[in-house]
Design a protein around this ligand. Structure first.
Ligand SMILES: Cc1ncc(COP(=O)(O)O)c(C=O)c1O
Length: 410
């Protein structure tokens, strides 16, 4: 057995089968030493003693395997209903490793809005290696219900022999556009394309893309999985052994592994994922209801709203509308004054933390996306993205209320 096979062999068997909240606490494959600890310890070792000259079984060099990282990897795989899970030092490193399933000359169709960093990765890095991210940009005003149909038509029209994959987010960042995963998988299968979904906005508590036939799920664990705005991490999970082999090689050969301390923090944070998200979704619904009625707001993007064009698809494939939403501030209000006047919300470029975060996507996460493309995708200068935390919802509504009053121009 060579080193690569040895690393791959360390990937986990499926341990799922119990209900979700039980899996949050007991899922994955915690490592238990002879001391029989309840929690997998933080293994800060760069290498492991070989059992003997000829026995290379078990742990070797810690870039390849680390028990604390494996506890996190098996747990996230378990939650996503995946057979294989890989932990990375950031969400971007996870996305990068997943894109290693493609080869030079391949084209990947990138559907609609994706995180600005992903867009940048295709443009600034993969293009140089001959892997082309071809954007499928369908005008998305957030008010018409035919977005899914138009995207599917555009995908079919774009397929050539070079096209080998489809990459997308649902709901997307930052306009919360929803795509039907089953329909996209059906189309992908017809053309033999690998499908990759970024599940950052939902986490496996809200939706599990592999259940709909998606091949690889990537996610920034910096967000809901970490949940406390104190770490940067990412995962890639799959049920396909052929793809897992490639991601495994990218992980330990390119080396962007999830460190042991962050692995430990993640396992700890994941225990409260559903408890946190239940409150965050509740707060999102409270805020969205308030914004819908408010004349400071032109449009709210939230797939948990029956009026939202993504509502029916979201209901089919997710537990609820999730905790993220965005809205267009009316022109009579000043975006900067609104953001600067908030007292509870933090204006910061992240999401999914226990503290409420808010941001202006056009000048932060999506600033690298060309202006013309941003306009088409609805990432307008008055678009504000919101990630409610677990504070009292009434206080969050009151914070918006006072900031609107200050931001009114006339
Ligand atoms: C949807 C989405 N995917 C991926 C990433 C990248 O994750 P990270 O910052 O952990 O590298 C982000 C970060 O904001 C994101 O919002």
């Amino acid at each position: 057995m060579n080193r690569e096979q040895e690393n791959f062999r360390k990937q986990q068997p499926q341990t799922f089968g119990k209900r979700f909240n039980t899996r949050l606490i007991h899922g994955g494959k915690p490592f238990v030493s002879e001391a029989r600890e309840v929690i997998t310890p933080i293994y800060t070792t760069s290498t492991f003693r070989q059992k003997s000259f000829s026995d290379h079984s078990g742990y070797g060099y810690a870039r390849g395997q680390n028990p604390t990282r494996e506890a996190a990897e098996t747990l996230v795989a378990d939650l996503e209903n995946a057979a294989y899970g890989f932990g990375f030092s950031s969400g971007m490193a996870a996305i990068d490793a997943a894109l290693h399933v493609f080869s030079s000359g391949d084209t990947v169709l990138v559907l609609g809005n994706v995180y600005g960093g992903t867009d940048g990765l295709f443009r600034a890095v993969y293009e140089n290696f001959g892997i082309h991210g071809r954007e499928i940009i369908v005008e998305d005003t957030g008010i018409s219900g035919d977005y899914q149909k138009k995207v599917l038509e555009a995908v079919k029209a774009a397929v050539t022999t070079e096209v080998k994959g489809i990459y997308f987010e649902t709901p997307s960042n930052p306009t919360l556009a929803v795509l039907d995963m089953e329909e996209i998988v059906d189309t992908a299968k017809k053309y033999g394309l690998v499908t990759i979904v970024d599940n950052t906005f939902s986490s496996p508590y809200i939706q599990k893309p592999l259940d709909f036939g998606i091949d690889i799920v990537v996610e920034s664990a910096t967000k809901y999985l970490g949940g406390h705005s104190d770490l940067i991490a990412g995962f890639a999970v799959t049920n396909r052994e052929d793809l897992a082999q490639k991601i495994s090689s990218a992980q330990h050969l390119a080396g962007g592994i999830l460190p042991p301390f962050d692995s430990y923090l993640l396992v700890r944070s994941i225990k409260t994922l559903s408890v946190r998200l239940d409150r965050q979704v509740e707060n999102a619904v409270k805020l969205v209801r308030f914004l819908e009625e408010n004349d400071a707001v032109d449009l709210v993007h939230y797939p948990g709203l029956p009026a939202d064009p993504g509502y029916a698809i979201q209901r089919k494939q997710a537990r609820n509308g999730g905790a993220m939403f965005s809205f267009l501030l009316n022109q009579r209000y000043d975006v900067g004054t609104f953001l600067d006047s908030l007292q509870i919300f933090t204006d910061g470029a992240s999401l999914g933390g226990v503290e409420s975060l808010i941001g202006h996507s056009a000048s932060t996460s999506q600033r690298g996306v060309p202006e013309e493309q941003r306009q088409k995708l609805g990432i307008l200068d008055n678009l504000i993205r919101v990630s409610p935390g677990i504070e009292d919802g009434e206080d969050l509504v009151a914070d918006f209320q006072q900031a609107f009053a200050r931001a009114r121009k006339e």
